[in-house]
Design a protein around this ligand. Structure first.
Ligand code: NI
Length: 226
């Protein structure tokens, strides 16, 4: 499933983030590409040990923890520290599927990539192209969000970033290992949780809500891996 997180960062937080990224030292994105992606990746990235990447990454993670839709949709177990990229001058990233396993930088710990996330940091009208194209269950989706919004999509999907022919596209991207490996099961839990939340707003304390909440947790118990 594709889920948009609206206003993960506010407008003023986006301006601050961009000011930090403007003065950072960027490197060729091929340094972190898997061998199959090497030929089709053409962008800039911040080194994972750069001060800007670490500070901004921590800030984004804190914002995610407070985002109700994120918690309901991702059921995160582990999150890779956010990385940052920049596409300009016809930079693009051709069709690929993300590596299944990634090592958390500076450690021996690995995470399985169940969910990919992109946080858009440039206003869509400030650059041409740069759409994130995702092959979803129901066909191709073209994603180009307002600065500060983010998209969650299954890491199993083929995706690409169209060439940025004018302007500059800054974004943060990273991966999540979910408590629920299957995208289909995550969708069921998300729909159930969202429905329970809406019902709670209008029928607080109803026996049915207590039962449905129990069903949610019993499914989570059956399906989760911690
Ligand atoms: Ni990718």
């Amino acid at each position: 499933m594709l889920i948009t997180l609206d206003n993960l960062l506010s407008q003023s937080q986006v301006i601050e983030a961009k000011a930090m990224l403007e003065q950072a030292d960027w490197v060729d994105g091929k340094t972190t590409a898997g061998h199959l992606a090497l030929d089709c990746k053409n962008n800039l990235q911040l080194p994972t040990n750069s001060v800007e990447a670490q500070q901004l990454g921590d800030f984004i993670l804190a914002r995610l923890q407070d985002h109700p839709v994120f918690n309901s949709a991702a059921l995160a177990n582990k999150i890779l520290p956010p990385m940052f990229n920049c596409y300009q001058g016809s930079g693009n990233f051709g069709n690929h599927i993300d590596n299944a396993i990634r090592v958390i930088p500076g450690s021996l710990n690995q995470i399985r990539t169940d969910i990919s996330i992109t946080v858009f940091l440039s206003e869509p009208e400030s650059y041409e192209g740069g759409e994130l194209i995702i092959e979803d269950t129901y066909g191709q989706q073209s994603v180009k969000l307002k600065a500060g919004d983010a998209i969650l999509y299954p890491s199993t999907s083929t995706h690409r970033v169209n060439p940025v022919t004018q302007g500059r596209r800054l974004a943060s991207f990273f991966w999540i290992q979910s408590l629920i490996r299957s995208d289909e099961q995550r969708r069921i839990l998300f729909d159930l949780d969202q429905s329970i939340q809406s019902l709670t707003a209008t029928n607080k304390g109803a026996d049915e809500i207590v039962k449905l909440t129990g069903v949610y947790h019993n499914l989570l118990r059956q399906w989760s891996e911690t």
